[in-house]
Design a protein. Structure first.
Length: 278
């Protein structure tokens, strides 16, 4: 096993309350470095014959924040994340409005590439959970092309329904037997965050990332928005034009609910707690 020697103690940044969800004011470089430190801790614990808790990273968009505002269970799951990165530009703008002036977007598909590049350099082992059965081989081939030497140790495409207890136990067994350091979970919000929270105790030491549509993007199945649209908060419009049947409710009915919540918090008209109360 290859271990990093340049990381001593790296803690994730303190979270900023954004409409009741703690968002981590971080960067690609910091989030990737924290992941590397967590993998080092996992491997050190393995050498000593002990288990440590797993970690999970919620890549958080406006959709996640609005869902959390309506569903206390989802809010608790997001607030239980070890890191919650600002995935969408409105989340970035909210962080800036609360004093995090240099904040940039930490987008799930791009964060995936940063973590994969580090994994290839240091021999971190990756498990892919999510995507369609026909998507995963293409995704794996593309990642191996882009990052020679990357160790993708196994993958699993879950059905579009809840897993049976037997299926879930089999998936957990595969992840544990693969000795994966990192599990990328791509099954959409809030299912992926719920899955990570439910499996935290079952996968000791493993670092889990909920990366949404990253699998489809990097397999070339779904086109990403141009960079200028991403920078200007217009990715939602681009994705809506590509998948209107699947995404119209999210972007037309749900996402606009974020703006008044953010405005009320910013103006001090409403207080939001991240301890489970509102």
């Amino acid at each position: 096993m290859t271990l990093r020697n340049d990381l001593q103690t790296i803690a994730p940044p303190a979270k900023q309350n954004v409409v009741g969800v703690g968002i981590s004011p971080t960067s690609y470089e910091e989030a990737t470095a924290v992941c590397g430190h967590w993998v080092d801790e996992r491997r050190a614990a393995q050498r000593e014959g002990r288990e440590i808790p797993s970690r999970y990273v919620a890549v958080t968009s406006v959709h996640g924040l609005v869902t959390a505002a309506r569903q206390p269970e989802v809010r608790a799951i997001l607030n239980g994340a070890d890191m919650a990165t600002p995935d969408g530009m409105p989340v970035v703008w909210a962080l800036r409005s609360f004093g995090r002036r240099g904040q940039q977007r930490v987008y799930g598909p791009t964060l995936t590439l940063h973590v994969c590049e580090q994994a290839a350099r240091f021999g971190h082992r990756i498990f892919l959970y999510g995507g369609r059965p026909e998507t995963l081989p293409v995704l794996i081939a593309n990642l191996k092309n882009r990052f020679p030497g990357i160790a993708i140790v196994d993958s699993y495409s879950p059905p579009f329904r809840p897993l049976t207890p037997e299926e879930d136990a089999e998936c957990v067994r595969r992840i544990r037997e693969s000795d994966a350091d990192i599990v990328f979970v791509g099954i959409s919000t809030p299912k992926q965050e719920r899955w990570m929270a439910e499996h935290k105790a079952k996968l000791p030491g493993v670092v889990m990332f909920g990366v949404g549509a990253a699998f489809d993007f990097h397999a070339g199945r779904v086109e990403q928005a141009p960079a200028w649209m991403q920078r200007n908060g217009l990715e939602w419009f681009f994705r809506l034009t590509r998948e209107p049947g699947r995404l119209w409710k999210r972007y037309v009915l749900e996402t606009p609910r974020f703006l008044p919540l953010w405005a009320m918090q910013w103006m001090g008209l409403k207080k939001f707690s991240i301890d489970g109360s509102q």
